[in-house]
Design a protein around this ligand. Structure first.
Ligand SMILES: [Zn+2]
Length: 390
């Protein structure tokens, strides 16, 4: 859902966005309440009132979804995880964390506060409705909102991934077995069973007078099924990437240039260097920076012979990783700092260069081999703590 989302505002560093499918949901909710439910349950209002009440209710539904997603997000922040964005879309909302929770307790808390906040909203709307006189449209509105939030809480508590209940379920299996993958496998399979159940129910309704709700359920089921299987693939991939150390995919013993080297020579070295897009810069055995193909591109070609590496390089201190750093963490580092390569250093000594394209190439190859490829473990430097074993 990265494409087609409009940024709305930022709160606590989280960007809140609306996916274009949200407008479809807004219209459907406003229509079904303003033209369907309200005229039947509360006759006697003017047409404009129905229309406004439907639209306001739809806005409040999305406000409620936003509160639900912020509950997830704030809990994630409180547990030390970073939240990238909240996106509202046709089936509700999604809070995108920058990384998966690392402990089952984190997963449990982050998941449970969503439905808990919806339940709380339901209670608040229920209390509000008891305070508003029966004949006012506002009463109908808050009553409906109480109901919708209650349904939101209950639906999200279904124990199938990617619903919150599925995450809670995964956290429990994860805590018992000690394996996130086992938790994910169980929760996503249950999630897919629910998804197919919804699709079956939707098809049944479709042919038994409930055309719209039928189609709606089929779509939700189809979406949940897709999300469940995508997540299972992602977790399997994450687990693979957590076991592979940076040293396995890095280019070891890279060519090094000195700060006084000219750019034309550096470009030549890169072209000869098997698609290398960055070179470490060192002087007297000490790494002093890194020079990339983008640095060279920033200089007019005519000036290459008279421009030195020192003029354009990114100087130390650089972002570096240790040889044992899991590839999964390296990828996260790339995203966090918007970089494409990193030097692999150990005790001040340069061991290699690891670039995004090295990792991408490995992943492509691995996919072609059906996810079976694991790189050969290179020998490790002495004294290195093995962070990937077990
Ligand atoms: Zn949720």
């Amino acid at each position: 859902m990265n494409q087609g989302a409009l940024p709305l505002f930022r709160l606590a560093g989280i960007s809140v966005r609306i996916h274009y499918t949200w407008f479809l949901a807004f219209f459907l909710i406003a229509w079904s309440l303003g033209r369907g439910l309200f005229p039947v349950e509360y006759p006697g209002w003017s047409n404009t009132t129905y229309l406004i009440a439907g639209s306001v209710a739809a806005l409040l539904v999305f406000g409620s979804v936003l509160v639900h997603e912020f509950a997830h997000s704030f809990m994630a922040l409180a547990r030390g995880l970073k939240v990238d964005n909240i996106t509202l879309f046709v089936f509700g909302g999604a809070a995108a964390l920058k990384s998966e929770p690392r402990r089952p307790s984190d997963e449990f808390l982050i998941a449970i506060v969503g439905p808990a906040s919806s339940l709380l909203l339901a209670v608040v709307f229920l209390i509000a409705s008891s305070l508003i006189p029966w004949e006012l449209p506002a009463r109908a509105l808050v009553t409906q909102l109480a109901l919708i939030n209650a349904v939101l809480a209950i639906f999200n508590l279904l124990p199938g991934f990617p619903l919150d209940g599925g995450r809670v379920f995964r956290a429990i299996v994860w805590a018992i077995t000690g394996s996130m993958r086992k938790g994910t496998t169980v929760a996503t399979i249950v999630g897919q069973v629910f998804a197919f159940g919804l699709i079956a129910l939707g098809i049944f309704l479709l042919f038994n007078g409930g055309f719209f709700s039928g189609i709606w359920l089929v779509f939700i089921g189809w979406f949940l099924n897709g999300a469940a299987s995508a997540n299972r693939r992602q977790v399997t991939l994450d687990e693979t990437l957590r076991k592979i150390p940076a040293s396995s995919l890095m280019r070891a013993n890279p060519t090094v240039v000195i700060p006084d080297e000219t750019i034309d020579r550096v470009v030549l070295t890169m072209l000869m260097g098997d698609g290398v897009r960055a070179l470490p810069v060192a002087q007297d055995g000490q790494v002093v920076g890194i020079v990339t193909i983008n640095n060279a591109r920033g200089v007019p070609q005519a000036a290459w012979p008279v421009t030195t590496v020192r003029d354009v390089m990114t100087p130390s201190p650089l972002i570096t990783v240790r040889p044992g750093e899991p590839i999964l963490d390296v990828l996260q580092l790339f995203d966090e700092h918007a970089i494409h390569q990193v030097l692999v250093m150990e005790g001040g000594a340069l061991r290699g260069v690891l670039s995004r394209s090295d990792i991408t190439r490995f992943l492509e190859l691995s996919r072609e081999l059906g996810g079976k490829a694991t790189p050969l473990k290179r020998e490790r430097g002495s004294g290195e703590h093995d962070r990937t074993g077990g």
